[in-house]
Design a protein. Structure first.
Length: 212
């Protein structure tokens, strides 16, 4: 399970994936490949490149409330928080041909890596994910109304080619343990052998108790 930096790690890992695949010789101008916020886009979008905007985080539709991890001392963490991270990849270019070329390259790059392993996630934000973890990345569906609503919020009065993605089932781990109840941890096992006698539900013992 990931720690509370999981959402940040997902966004940065996708940006790093594009940077690693980027070859300046493939494009006539340098590309800017980065995560962003709505405010940064308002203040100045790149002339050419790709921006990744995390615009929504929703409960995971796959795992609602997975149990928490148990540590080496037998203590169980509180329930995990599984979420889906929705990302809007926007392509920028001064010419339509450049914009379209960037879009095809970026989409093909992400399609070639549908699973972000922990190595990629931890390279972006060190120690944020456990070694056995991975995050599924794929194309998402976004209605035209929702797409244009996002651009209305950006207040740029101009639409740029954008492709929605979703990183599925990012499980954020709690730092708190469940309340410890009962006695101390079991130190040893003891075996006891006996004979169970059948109990007749229609003829209970005369004293109202249970037969041995």
């Amino acid at each position: 399970m990931a720690d509370t930096r999981a959402i940040m790690a997902v966004g940065e890992a996708i940006a790093n994936l594009l940077r690693a695949a980027y070859d300046p010789a493939d494009f006539p101008t340098p590309l800017d490949l980065t995560t962003t916020t709505t405010e940064q886009i308002r203040n100045g979008a790149p002339n050419a490149g790709v921006t990744l905007l995390i615009y929504r985080v929703t409960p995971s539709g796959t795992h609602r409330s997975p149990v928490g991890r148990t540590d080496t001392n037998g203590r169980r963490f509180r329930t995990q928080l599984p979420v889906d991270v929705h990302i809007l990849m926007t392509v920028w270019g001064t010419e339509p041909t450049l914009q379209h070329a960037i879009a095809g390259w970026a989409m093909r790059t992400l399609e070639d890596t549908p699973l972000l392993p922990s190595a990629a996630l931890n390279a972006a934000v060190g120690g944020s994910f456990r070694a056995e973890e991975a995050v599924e990345l794929g194309l998402a569906e976004l209605s035209n109304e929702d797409m244009f609503r996002i651009w209305e919020v950006l207040n740029l009065n101009i639409y740029q080619l954008s492709i929605p993605y979703v990183a599925r089932t990012v499980r954020i781990e709690s730092v708190e343990y469940l309340s410890e109840r009962g006695g101390p941890p079991v130190q040893e096992r003891r075996q006891d052998i006996g004979v169970l006698e059948p109990v007749d539900a229609f003829n209970p013992p005369a004293d109202g108790g249970q037969r041995p």
